[in-house]
Structure formats: structure tokens, C-alpha cells
Design a protein around this ligand. Sequence first.
Ligand code: GDP
Ligand code: IMO
Ligand code: MG
Length: 451
Amino acid sequence: MPESNEIRSPGSCTAVVGLQWGDEGKGKVVDLLAEGHDATVRYNGGANAGHSVVVGGERYALHLIPSGILAKGKLAVVGNGVVVDPEKLIEEIEGLERRNVDVSGLVISNRAHVVLDYHKLEDALREDLLAAAKGKSTSGRDSGPGQIGTTRRGIGPAYAEKVNRATALRIGDLVNPDVVRERITLACGVKNAMLQGISGSYTPLNPIDIADRAIECGKRLSPRIRDTTYLLHDLLSEGKRLLFEGANATLLDVDHGTFPYVTSSSCAVSGIGPGTGVPPNRLSRIIGVAKAYSTRVGAGPMPTELFDAVGEGIRTRGREFGTTTGRPRRVGWLDLVALRYSVMINGVDEIALTLLDVLPGVERPRVCTAYRIGDAKTDRFIPDGATLANVEPVYHDLGPIEHGLAACRTFDDLPQNARAYIEFVERFVGAQVTIVGVGPGREQTLVRERR
Ligand code: GDP
Ligand code: IMO
Ligand code: MG
């Protein structure tokens, strides 16, 4: 333990956080930075996340395991704020092992909450009911009124279970079969009573089968289960460097996003404290990740959405199909009003601007600099789903970005209009772009020192 007057331990903390609606390329940025850190830490979300990393031409898709696992000899920590589907986690571990990835550094918080079959069932059931409900849709495309378009991975119901407390199960409980059976029997009793009432075709849950599978997972995962809060503080005391990997993104944050079209966790960096036990004053570097355009999966407003051939071209070139669900992502122009808001919410020091290589071919790239609502104009973001659905974007046009970005290896290699695009973003949002993505590969990343 440190001396009583040594309040601060010497380690450092970097955070990587998504600034839009997810899929900004956080996995790639984390992979890039992992080498210079000792541990990568997930603090929120669950298997709704899909982080792709391309190393040496090989593509890896990570859902629950921190992307830093691909860097050799590092710790990968699943913090208490994550909701863990244990069967999915084991599947992911085994998938990596089959590809000869060393997963010995993976540890899981004993206080992370468990996602079980009934959470996934409830997630899907709620979505189906909302899709079938009659009413006026404010939710965007491909969904019924009020439907959120979730990943159906049980995320919302698992976080609700945590907040409801009595029937929740934590990863640390999995090693105690009596607790597992008792808690799951209690949960199934409550859920059968509730769910049978809302769906005639509902088959009652069998607690014995669910508990047996959970106990089996507990056996498999037990060597990895730890008090990760003390682990992280011990690492900091030893001077180690931690890298926090945000899942989902700021505009999907349950408090700061486009509610109700959000996920159920604190995705912004403010989620690091509750999701790991590492306090906010330990963060020394906050890197916000943004695409050079916008994408969104599922329902909810997206003011700059494109429904034309330009959008289709971006979707095709950017391979904009979900890592987790395979759904085509909605595509739009870069929304700088939203981006500046996310920079503010997270206290972003630096921006990683990804997928810039997708924009060449677009004749007249535009960025949104304000919203019109009726006769009024604002340059402030509106984190409310229904209100944001009624804004009209105000655009600023920029010069066509030159082809051949994928071959650039330094900032100085970037051609004129590409640089002008980056500089416009920097000026508007008030943060420096220090990383630029010009392709999915690790080497297709331009990095520069912070001014
Ligand atoms: P995450 O959820 O934020 O980690 O992002 P995803 O992995 O879901 O989606 C980002 C996609 O873009 C993945 O397919 C990446 O391989 C890819 N990608 C990341 N950075 C770049 C880039 O700079 N250029 C191109 N073309 N693809 C990129
Ligand atoms: P990564 O980490 C993109 C979206 C879903 C849906 C809403 C709620 O890969 O960036 P949920 O299943 O969480 O209840 O769904 O949030 N969503 C994501 N969209 N990337 C993600 O993660 C997402 N995680 C959740 O599509 O609209
Ligand atoms: Mg993703």
C-alpha cells in the first residue's frame, strides 16, 4: 500500500470512446494503442458491441473481450460495468484460441452482471411487441413505432435486472451452484408470471436447464474471475498504463444520447468510474473516435441520413454492415453539431478520424454545422429522439477528397482537400485530430503528436 500522503499512484489512464452512434473504428484504435499500455479495460455494454481489428490481413471481431487481447502479453479486463453473456464469452475465448491468440491475460470482474437466456428472450419479445404496436413512428427506418432496433443480445433487460437487484446474478455468483439455482429459480418465477401475460405463445422458462448451463460456465470461467477494481488500482500503484475501451458510443449513451433510441449503459467516459472503480481524475488522455461521415444501426433520428446513391456508395465502399448483427448501417454526412457535443461530453483531448479513405469518389462532401427547427436555427445538439427527428441539417460544402489515401503513411502525405476536411473538423469541434484512418489495416493509420 502507498504511504498515507501518497494519494496518487504513478500509473496512467487513456480512454478511447466513440463519438457518434457506434462502429467508429474503436477496435482498430484500441489495437493500435494497446502495445503502449499494460492492460485494456472494457467498462460498459456487452455483446451488443462488435469491434473489428485487422492484423496482418486477418480480421478479428471482438464482442465482449477487450480488443487489446490481440497485443501479446497484455492484460484484458472486463470491468464490473459490463453485462456478460457467459456462453458468448466462452465461445469468443474458444474462437480466439482456435486462431492461436493468447487469451491468458483475460480477467473478468466478479461484479459484472450476467446475461441469461431470459434477458435475450425479453429483449426480442419487447422489440416484437413494439414493432406490432400501432402509433406514429419517430424512430427512423425499418422499425415499428417505438421499436429501438436493439441487437437482441439481452442488454437492456440485463441492466434492468441489475437495477431491480433481487433476481440479478453476477459473474462471481456463478462459482456458487446453490446461489445460481436459487437466484435463477426466483427470476424464472417472476419472469414466467410477467411474460406469460404479454405473449400467448410464450413457453415458460425452465430454471433447471438455465441454472445447469450457468454453473457449467462458472466452472469454465472461474480462473479468470477477479475483483478487478483492486486489480486495476494495484496496476496503477505499480506505475502501469491502462487503456479503457468504450463500447457503443456517446450518442447511444443512456443519459447523453438520443433517448430513447440508445443502449442501456453509460458509454461516454463518465461510465468509466461506475464501470471499473477507477475515478475520473485518473484519466490523462481521452481519445474520441469519429468516422469521417456518420452511420447508425437500428432506429432513431440521424439528421444527416442519406437515402440516395451517394449514401449507397459510402455504404458499399465503407463495408457498412454490422459486426454483431450483419444489418446494413444507415449512412449520412458528418454531423459536426453532434460531434462537437460528444467532444464536450467526454472532455476529448484528441480525435481519431477514421474511414477518411471512404470519402474519395464523393463529388461534393458536406458536413452539418447547424440544425433548423421551424424558423429557428441552432448549433447545439439535441439529445432527445423525438425533437431531433424534426430538425433539418444546415450544410457546409467542402472540396472533393482526392483518391489514393490508402497509400498515405504520414499526415504530410495527405493531399490538400483531405487536409482541409480535417482542419475544418478541428476548427469546428475545438479538438485536434491526431489519428487518421485511411484503411482497415493496422498500418493504414496516420499518427501525429498532439500540439
Ligand atoms: P467499432 O465498433 O467502433 O470498433 O467499429 P467496427 O469494427 O464495428 O466498424 C468499423 C469498421 O471499419 C470495421 O470493419 C473496421 O475494420 C473498419 N475500419 C476501421 N478504420 C478504418 C479506416 O480508417 N478505413 C477503412 N476503410 N475501414 C476502417
Ligand atoms: P460498437 O461497440 C452500433 C445500437 C443498436 C440499437 C441500440 C440499442 O460496435 O460501436 P442494444 O442491443 O444495445 O439494446 O441496442 O444501440 N447499438 C450499437 N450500434 N454499434 C454498437 O456497438 C452498438 N451497440 C448498440 O443497434 O440501435
Ligand atoms: Mg462495432
